[in-house]
Design a protein around this ligand. Sequence first.
Ligand SMILES: [Zn+2]
Length: 408
Amino acid sequence: MTNPPLVLAGGAVFDSEARLFRSGVDVVCRDGLIEQLAGDAPRPAGATVLDLTGHYLLPGLIDCHVHITSTGEPNDLSDARTDAPPVRAWKAAANARRTLHAGFTTVRDLGAAAHLNIHMAKAIDQGLIEGPTIFAAGMGVTMTGGHGHGFMAREADGPDDVRKAVREQLRAGATAIKLFASGGVLTPGVNPRSPSFTQEEMAAGVEEAHKAFRIVGAHAQATEGIKNAIRAGVDSIEHGVWLDEEAIGLMLERGTCLVATLTAPHVMVAGGADAGVAPYAIEKSKQVREDHIASFEAAVNAGVHIAMGTDQGTPLNRPGENAQELLRMAEHKLSPAAVILAATAWAADLLKAPAGRIQPGLGADFVVLPRDPLGDIEILARPGEFAAVIRSGRIVRSSPALAIAPAG
Ligand SMILES: [Zn+2]
């Protein structure tokens, strides 16, 4: 799919390094990439020009932890194998569209039954369906009986088997890898406080992933599991419910990123009982929530790398509502500018994604806002008010109030 060049003219453009908006810069996009940031340079012939006067231009948002094939209905993620595969795929396509229309132009999907996330990433790349760029882990890798087994993870035991399980995901086309370092909330009978894979098992998986230039996210709630994962060399700790001082010190030393997913337990505690979420999952969410928030705040205060992730797809954690995590991070110690960076530049750094900043050579992915999000961060959670969403230089949607004209 080739689109005509696109010029985003007259808007205030977010500068990720200076953490402010700059005026008087036009953004010229071609072949899906940002080509140049120009003052008054001539516009390319045949370009579509979007007049963004009075608007604010952010890089497209990035969610580093989703299960985009799940609707977020109470049992949708854990029941993944009961839907017929085509039904599952149609639902997943709708989820992908919602996610993109809410301004999320890139996501990392950390586990789906039957590698549906990998198939969907390819369908989006081919233009068959509308959605964000997906870094897809295929199935997660967990110990026998560990968290995620039976719905989104392949069981493996011992370093050699973990190695093989990771290779299987790579063979299937995985562009990220997910390991389970501890128990979790959604698998019945599994305790989130218990570590699962040993450091040796995870190190074997990390080695295979890094050989293939893929990053590794470790589901890690229990303190011991978190430390095993960091020492094994994973790139991100997912959830990080029980971080202690040593774990935070190790993350700083190794440059390990925290993807907290504060939204996942929050929405289960807030609305789970009325919505019919399994009582064991609500009970476990209550047990983790306070410590989770305390760990997040301690990590932020210590200067741990933070990237935004929701765990979208868990009960009541719906596609298109991803930006609620931004508001939650803002409630818990992150400044508005840092919240934006966690969902753009810092997320791109974790994923090694050619996106997340408004810079020549990176993907032409943008959210256009009618107000300054540094003054009103909540605008990001109201996608209905966005003026436009653009992915790979193509206007996904735009408000009728925006003037769009071919270049003269
Ligand atoms: Zn998850």
